[in-house]
Design a protein. Structure first.
Length: 94
């Protein structure tokens, strides 16, 4: 099976399929890597799981997902609220 998540470090790589199970509240595939070590990924990140509806609707037109953008907004908010932000920004801004 192949890793299909476009931002995963193993994107495009093929691995030996071992099992398809529900673990930690989500469907996961268990695989063997090139060293024979067992690991797992969410099934939706591989060609084994169903295609993500967002990916189908976006049709390759949007590299961002709603959850990814929300996570980015949360990160920006956390960085803005850091007490020493003014000093760091002051050093970077001309």
């Amino acid at each position: 099976m192949r890793v299909t998540h476009p931002f995963h470090r193993l994107f495009g790589r093929e691995f030996e399929f071992v099992a398809y199970r529900q673990n930690w509240g989500e469907d996961r595939v268990h695989l063997h890597d090139e060293h024979g070590e067992l690991f797992s990924l969410p099934a939706g990140w591989t060609d084994v799981g169903p295609v993500d509806p967002f990916v189908v609707v976006a049709g390759g037109r949007c590299p961002f997902t709603t959850s990814g953008l929300l996570a980015l907004a949360d990160l920006v908010d956390r960085l803005r609220s850091q007490p020493d932000r003014e000093a760091v920004v002051g050093e970077i801004t001309p």
